[in-house]
Design a protein around this ligand. Structure first.
Ligand SMILES: [Zn+2]
Length: 112
């Protein structure tokens, strides 16, 4: 990921859209790539327990979440059955209102 971003920022191209803008447009379209990357780097959890029944929650698609997925309790015996948690719960990203990709973009641009 770092190499992809470095390449995008260091290689000016001719055209309407700058490469540095294009990479974030592409990453936004492939949100699952970003999510998988963040899980692989342990920046967000790759497993979540329901805070009520302590069973493993399932990762389910979500139209409301900017990450397009959220954690859902599927324990039918739980009093909070079908309750959800965001992917950013319990992570560095939890305190931010902006989508994780925007936070990553800000950190990357600030670190240059
Ligand atoms: Zn539960």
């Amino acid at each position: 990921m770092k190499e992809i971003l470095d390449h995008a920022f260091s290689t000016p191209r001719r055209g309407v859209v700058k490469a540095s803008e294009m990479i974030f447009v592409l990453l936004k379209q492939f949100q699952t790539v970003v999510t998988n990357f963040l899980m692989a780097k342990n920046l967000i959890k790759d497993a979540m327990q329901c805070s009520h029944c302590h069973q493993e929650m399932d990762l389910k698609p979500s139209k409301e979440s900017p990450e397009r997925f959220n954690w859902r309790c599927l324990n039918a015996k739980c009093i909070h059955y079908q309750s959800t948690m965001t992917l950013r719960s319990g992570s560095f990203f939890q305190t931010f209102q902006a989508p994780m990709l925007e936070v990553l973009k800000t950190i990357y641009l600030y670190s240059k």
